[in-house]
Design a binder for this molecule. Structure first.
Ligand code: F6P
Length: 328
């Protein structure tokens, strides 16, 4: 029989994402509702290793639903990759009487959680929180929607100045290994070209497309580039390449950077975080372990870490075709 759950720990790990605070709030409030003690660890796995924690109740998460970032702070812990590090973390959990953990983060967080849970037989539930949306086992990760809106807003502003000066802008967005942000914001902002890690469109095609744009009478253009784009050139090299080959273009570069991870979460992300985290606590109380929660076809689901981590969240390449048609 599964051990009774009296105390649940929660932490945020990896790159922060808007909506992580809404997630922490939902864990703390669901714990309060079900009469379970809740303990928050600072800086993800590193805080578990160091025993850096705070007791949380329904009131300690007041007014955080609208705040970006994470009140528990976030980090990537090298020490947790070692068995000794994980042992230190487990010792602190035991000392605090923690029976189960809710881990809010990306695939790296889930991989760490899976190993930890198997090594020490402690139930963990993963909650997908990353702006990259690169986790299978959910259609949407917490923070992705807000990041998209931030990016769209920035591109709209750049479009204004691009069009006033008849310029071509290369705009780099986040996504080291995944092009979800680039592809969806690119379509949403009406970019002329979108370069993503999942598809190598090639430099020739880029030049052809920009020549076509000029011929069709466009005076300004936007190219959205994912930071992990497959062409193999960074955004500045791409801009130089186009300047050399198409001297008629007046080219500029904007790297949006970490501003994409900040800001007040959208309603979608707040609701998503709330739904997923209530479910995470309820699953633990029902004796479930080693799964990630997610939203699939608008239903809250539980997927085993094995399944969730073994496949890639596939990007909708149909959007590249749509973008091609609409940038005519
Ligand atoms: O949060 C995910 C992500 O934004 C990636 O797209 C990006 O490559 C990475 O984090 C950068 O994070 P950091 O600067 O914190 O290492």
């Amino acid at each position: 029989m599964a051990k009774e759950i009296r105390t649940i720990g929660v932490m945020t790990s990896g790159g922060d994402a808007p909506g992580m605070n809404a997630a922490i709030r939902a864990v703390a409030r669901a714990c309060a509702y079900y009469n379970v003690k809740c303990i928050g660890f600072y800086r993800g796995y590193q805080g578990m290793i160091e025993g850096d924690y705070c007791e949380m109740n329904a009131r300690s998460v007041r007014n955080i639903i609208s705040q970006g970032g994470t009140i528990l702070k976030s980090a990537r812990s090298e020490e947790f990759r070692t068995k000794e590090g994980r042992k230190k973390a487990m010792d602190h959990l035991k000392k605090l009487g923690i029976d189960a953990m809710v881990l809010i983060g990306g695939d790296g967080t889930f991989r760490g959680g899976q190993i930890f849970s198997e090594e020490f037989d402690i139930p963990v539930i993963g909650v997908p929180g990353t702006i990259d949306n690169d986790i299978s086992g959910t259609n949407y990760t917490i923070g992705y929607d807000t990041a998209l809106n931030t990016v769209i807003d920035a591109i709209d502003k750049i479009r204004d100045t691009a069009s006033s000066h008849d310029r071509l802008f290369f705009i780099e967005v986040m996504g080291r290994d995944a092009g979800f942000i680039a592809l969806n914001s690119g379509v949403g902002a009406g970019a002329e070209e979108i370069l993503i890690p999942e598809e190598d469109l090639g430099l020739d095609r880029l030049l052809e497309s920009l020549k076509r744009s000029k011929r069709s009478g466009k005076s300004s253009s936007i190219v959205v580039v994912s930071e992990g784009d497959k062409i193999g050139k960074n955004v500045y090299e791409l801009a130089d390449y186009v300047t050399e080959n198409l001297p008629d273009y007046d080219v500029r570069v904007t790297v949006l950077g970490h501003m994409q991870r900040g800001g007040s979460p959208s309603c979608f992300d707040r609701t998503l975080a709330s739904r997923l985290c209530v479910k995470a606590v309820e699953l633990l109380l029902d004796g479930e372990k080693n799964v990630m929660v997610g939203l699939i076809d608008n239903k809250v689901t539980a997927t085993s870490f094995d399944e969730g981590l073994s496949s890639e969240h596939e990007i909708n390449k149909e959007l590249l075709r749509i973008s091609d048609i609409l940038s005519t």
